[in-house]
Design a binder for this molecule. Structure first.
Ligand SMILES: [Zn+2]
Length: 370
C-alpha cells in the first residue's frame, strides 16, 4: 500500500491538491515501522495520495533526507517532494497543526512562484519567500533556480532571519539577494511574505529620479499609497564591494529594508508593519512586502499593472499634447480614495488567487513533481 520508503521517513495519506477541504477527516496512528505511518480517512474524496513527513529529530536518524520515492493510491500519485518537506525542517513533526500549515505555505510558495512567472513578474530571476509560521526567526525561499522550474518542497530552503544563512549547512546554493528578504523580516515582524521582481514595466519608474514618480492609478493599487520610495543602492555601497546593483550583503539589505519605513516618523502606521508595501530599486526592479503569500503576489502583480497603466496614460497624454491640444492632467487616485482602495487588497486577493492557481495548473510549463 505504501511502497518503498527511506529509513526514518514518515508516511501519510491525504487529498490530491488541498484546494477542497475534505468534509470528514479522521486521523489515527497506524503502528507500522515504529509509528511512522499516519492515515487520513477522507469522507467523500475518492482520490487518495500518500505523502512523507520529515523525520523526527527525536526518533529518526538525522540523515533521513526525503527521497524521490513516488507512492500511488487510487488516481492521485503525489511524490514525497510534492507534499513533503525540505531538508532538516525546523518544526517538530509531532506538531500536526504547524505541519499542516507549513505544507500549505510550501505549496503556496511553489504555486505563487509559478503564478508570478505566468504573469511576467518573475522571469529567470526574482524570488518569493515566506516566514515560518511558528518559528519567526526563520524564513523559507527557493534554492538558486528559475521560479518557473520550482517543483517541490525539496526546492525550498530554510534560512535564518538574523543573517540569511541556511538552517542546514548542507542546503543547496541559494539566491545572492536573499538579504532583501532576511532584513525585511528582521525589521518588520508583521511581514510574512516578500517578493523581489525585475519586471520591466516598473523599472522606468526606478530611474526617473524625481521626474516621474510611480503614483496609484487604479483602484486595485491603493496599497501603493500616495508615494512609492525609490532605493538608490549607490548611496550604500561599501568600499571594495561589487557595484552591480544587487543586494548582496546584510548591509545593503538593511538599507533597503529601511526604505519601507516612512521618512516622516509621524506617519508611521505601526511598529510591526512597514509604512510602504512596495519599494522601487534604481536600475533594478522592486520589492514587495505583505502579511501573506497571496497578498504579496496580489501586490506584486498590481504594482506592475499600475506601472503599465501609468506609462500608457503618460504616453497618451504626451501624444495628445502633440496634436496641439491643451495639456491634459492625469488624475491619479486621491488621498481619500487611496485609503478606501487599500481595503480592496486586504481581501480582494482571494478571488484572484483561485483564478491564478487554475491558470498555472492548466499550463504545461509548470511541473509539480520531482
Ligand atoms: Zn534583483
Amino acid at each position: 500500500m505504501f511502497g518503498p520508503t527511506n529509513s526514518g521517513v514518515r508516511l501519510g495519506i491525504g487529498t490530491q491538491s488541498g484546494r477542497t477541504p475534505p468534509p470528514l477527516e479522521l486521523w489515527r496512528n497506524v503502528p507500522i515501522r515504529s509509528s511512522h505511518v499516519k492515515v487520513s480517512l477522507l469522507g467523500t474524496h475518492t482520490c487518495l495520495a500518500a505523502w512523507c513527513l520529515p523525520p523526527s529529530p527525536l526518533t529518526d536518524p538525522p540523515s533521513g533526507h526525503i527521497g524521490p520515492t513516488k507512492i500511488r493510491t487510487g488516481q492521485a500519485g503525489l511524490s514525497m517532494q510534492q507534499l513533503g518537506f525540505p531538508r532538516l525542517s525546523s518544526t517538530p513533526p509531532d506538531n500536526m497543526e504547524t505541519q499542516q500549515q507549513l505544507r500549505r505555505l510550501y505549496q503556496n510558495c511553489i504555486t505563487g512562484s509559478h503564478v508570478l512567472h505566468y504573469h511576467g513578474i518573475l522571469d529567470a530571476y526574482g524570488h518569493l519567500s515566506f516566514r515560518h509560521p511558528s518559528t519567526p526567526s526563520i524564513f523559507i525561499m527557493p534554492r538558486n533556480m528559475a521560479p518557473a522550474n520550482i517543483a517541490s518542497p525539496q526546492d525550498l530552503v530554510e534560512y535564518n532571519v538574523s543573517d540569511a544563512t541556511p538552517v542546514d549547512s548542507n542546503a543547496p546554493a541559494g539566491y545572492i539577494e536573499r538579504y532583501i528578504h532576511s532584513e525585511i523580516y528582521k525589521r518588520y515582524p508583521g511581514v510574512n511574505s516578500v517578493i523581489h521582481s525585475h519586471a520591466s514595466a516598473v523599472v522606468p519608474y526606478t530611474i526617473s529620479g524625481t521626474g516621474v514618480p510611480l503614483k496609484p492609478c487604479l483602484h486595485m493599487a491603493g496599497f501603493l499609497g500616495p508615494s512609492t520610495p525609490v532605493y538608490d543602492v549607490a548611496k550604500h555601497y561599501e568600499p571594495g564591494t561589487t557595484r552591480d546593483l544587487l543586494i548582496r550583503s546584510l548591509h545593503l539589505g538593511e538599507s533597503l529594508a529601511a526604505c519601507f519605513r516612512a521618512a516622516d516618523a509621524s506617519t508611521q502606521t505601526g511598529k510591526d508593519e512597514p509604512d510602504h508595501s512596495v519599494v522601487l530599486m534604481r536600475g533594478h526592479g522592486y520589492t514587495v512586502a505583505a502579511r501573506s503569500i497571496e497578498e504579496c503576489v496580489f501586490r506584486a502583480i498590481y504594482t506592475r499593472e499600475n506601472a503599465a497603466i501609468q506609462t500608457a496614460s503618460l504616453g497618451l497624454s504626451a501624444a495628445y499634447r502633440g496634436t496641439g491640444e491643451p495639456p491634459t492632467e492625469i488624475h491619479y487616485l486621491r488621498d481619500d480614495e487611496i485609503k478606501g482602495a487599500t481595503g480592496i487588497a486586504l481581501t480582494g486577493w482571494a478571488r484572484a488567487w483561485g483564478l491564478w492557481v487554475r491558470e498555472v495548473e492548466a499550463a504545461n510549463l509548470y511541473a509539480t513533481s520531482g
